[in-house]
Design a protein around this ligand. Structure first.
Ligand code: M6R
Length: 605
């Protein structure tokens, strides 16, 4: 979604800004722009790719500037709506992430003052009001503070001034990270974009503003009280990620799953006690043993991981667990039990819907544990405790390795919880063994992926694709469908296999592709019924099964994966679905890593 990158130093700002924007590209955007202070504020914006912006950029002097990638919310994808926005007198330029709720009222106020707005955006109001305050004789900091008092909504905001050699920033609900190196300062909504310049980073908290200049930076509250900066510790795994020998990040990340799962579980598995150690949970064994229920919240892929976590917790710990769509969570005034455990699951740690559910739970008196990939992200900091999934940077919009590690981390938790309750030692050991062996099995599968190309041929040109699974394979079906839909733009439907006959079966006609996930997990024979019902109506079955299994030849296209512990099968059965999505999108000529309309971090509700 929208991204911000700003720079002050001794280099050519426009070049550093473009480099920063390229690092933000993976988040998804539809237009971009930069403004550099060079006597005047020189602004350039373009719709489309960053390369479209660079094609119109002249050679420019100036060593301070701010830039933006926009993902349209208020107002269409036009050059006028792209950021930066500049005040009428050309003295103030802003870039903004977030949404202003009272922008209509503020736009009307500006119009009444005779100011001509040049975009349809909510963001534009910032630059005009700041300029009005400066004209009253206020300092830049005072002007910004006054404007922050009249706006309502969320912002990660950066302001550049024609007459002052500084960048002012403000955060409320939309992340901003400051980077400092010996003689340069950076500001970005995403630590990834700064990482290649410096590892010394500081996160702004909600309600704070910051001033960056050539001497350094200071963070304060709007009324001027200085606050201590909040250093951001990024692990080594958050190095600059590049494609290496892969054509796309998605393929690279699919192939990284063996290694990244190893990172997630290594050091946490306790084979001798058949359990797991998760220090970040900050919960005593006694408190763990009295939890009445567990709630898991996420969106998209994270929701599917939550659904699997729910099943693992119920199976191994025998306590009720329920997963929730984050964007629905607050809609129904949920009853919160402060003794229950709540998990917020998110790759980016910035998803607004998930963040807002976290705040609702905390407001009602309970703790929330994060299951997060991006270290130091907003949700991770809001929760304050939890489990990092250690996938390393995930750049492809379609999430892959984060899914396996979310499931990995939740299996560790379910195991730990189970062992503190009714799960016996030998089953605990069977699970730890299963988890330990999985990275190798993933590697084995990726070395010999089976008839993915045939599956792609069966899917290309289909009106729709049905994905079926039962038990832990039902969320895998949902995840497979989401992935194919996201990047191949083919309508996909995922259903628990038994539910298929209650409606979706109407879609099946001669040749309809149906992807069935059916590991040998105790519910497979029931899935078989659904397969026969689909076949009887002419469907082409793409079957994902375990090697050596009796079900092996039942599909029209049979993809076999190594056998694993039945409850851990999602960690491997999901991989062929990722490969099917990737190769289908590729064959259709789609932009695999940056599918249309989507964003990597969805920072609006
Ligand atoms: O960063 P998060 O895990 O919170 O993101 C949640 C969803 O937006 C995300 O999983 C989305 O569905 C992906 N594009 C799926 O591939």
């Amino acid at each position: 979604m929208c991204g911000i990158f700003g720079y002050i130093g001794d280099k050519n700002a426009s070049q550093v800004l473009v480099q920063g924007l390229l690092r933000l590209e993976y988040r998804g955007y539809d237009s971009s722009g930069i403004v550099v202070r060079n006597g005047s504020l020189q602004t350039f914006k373009e719709i489309g790719k960053i390369s479209d912006l660079t094609s119109i950029l002249p050679k420019m002097e100036g060593s301070i500037g701010i830039s933006h990638t926009r993902w349209a919310t208020h107002g269409g994808v036009t050059k006028e709506n792209a950021h930066p926005h500049t005040s009428e007198d050309g003295k103030v330029a802003i870039v903004h992430n977030g949404i202003l709720q009272n922008s209509n009222k503020l736009r009307k106020r500006l119009t009444r003052k005779g100011i001509k707005l040049s975009s349809e955006t909510d963001s534009e109001v910032f630059c005009h009001f700041i300029s009005i305050e400066l004209q009253k004789g206020k300092t830049p900091m005072e002007a910004l503070a006054s404007v922050l008092r009249i706006v309502r909504g969320t912002w990660g905001l950066c302001v550049l001034f024609k007459d002052y050699d500084m960048i002012l920033c403000a955060r409320n609900g939309s992340p901003l990270i400051i980077g400092r190196s010996s003689d340069e300062m950076f500001i970005s909504s995403d630590p990834h974009a700064i990482r290649e310049h410096t590892s010394e980073m500081f996160a702004l908290d909600d309600g704070q503003i910051a001033r960056l200049d050539r001497e350094g930076f200071e963070i304060m509250l709007p009324e001027g009280t200085p606050v201590e900066s909040n250093p951001l510790e990024l692990d080594e795994e958050w190095g600059v990620s590049d494609l290496g020998d892969y054509p796309h990040f998605m393929l690279k990340e699919i192939h990284e799953q063996s290694q990244s799962l190893k990172h997630c579980i290594t050091g946490r598995l306790r084979h001798s006690s058949g359990s797991a150690n998760l220090g970040g949970l900050e919960i005593t064994p006694q408190a763990l043993s009295t939890i009445p229920h567990v709630r898991l919240i996420g969106c998209g892929t994270a929701l599917h991981a939550a659904q699997i976590g729910q099943l693992l917790i119920e199976k191994w710990a025998r306590i009720p667990a329920v997963s929730h769509v984050a964007s629905e969570f607050n809609m129904n005034d949920p009853v919160i039990n402060s003794k229950a455990m709540h998990f917020a699951i998110s790759q980016s740690g910035e998803t607004a819907d998930t963040l807002s559910a976290v705040k609702e739970i905390q407001r009602k008196g309970a703790d929330v544990h994060g299951v997060i990939n991006v270290v130091g992200s907003t949700i991770a900091r809001q929760c304050g405790k939890g489990v990092y999934i250690h996938s390393g940077p995930e750049q492809s919009v379609a999430s892959t390795k984060a899914f396996t590690n979310m499931v990995g981390a939740l299996s560790l938790f379910a195991l730990k919880l189970g062992r503190g309750r009714s799960l016996n030692l030998s089953e605990g050991k069977r699970i730890t063994k299963g988890l330990k062996e999985l990275p190798k099995k993933i590697e084995t599968y990726l070395a010999d992926q089976g008839p993915i190309a045939e599956a792609v041929d069966a899917i290309i040109g289909a009106k729709n694709v049905l994905f079926l699974g039962r038990g832990v394979s039902s969320p895998v079906a949902s995840e497979g469908a989401l992935k194919l839909m996201e990047i191949a733009y083919i309508p996909c439907l995922a259903y628990p296999a038994g539910e298929m006959k209650h409606g979706p079966i109407a879609l099946i006609e001669e040749g309809s592709p149906v992807v069935v996930i059916a590991p040998n997990d105790g519910v497979q024979d029931r899935t078989l019924n659904a397969i026969h019902e689909c076949k009887a109506r002419g469907a082409r079955i793409i079957l994902i099964h375990e090697e050596g299994d009796s079900i092996a030849e039942i599909g029209d296209i049979n993809i076999s994966v190594p056998k694993t512990h039945p409850m851990l099968s999602p960690l491997i059965t999901v991989i062929p679905t990722q490969l099917i999505a990737y190769h289908t999108a590729l064959k259709l000529g789609n932009d695999v890593d940056r599918p249309r309309n989507l964003a990597k971090s969805v920072t609006v509700e």
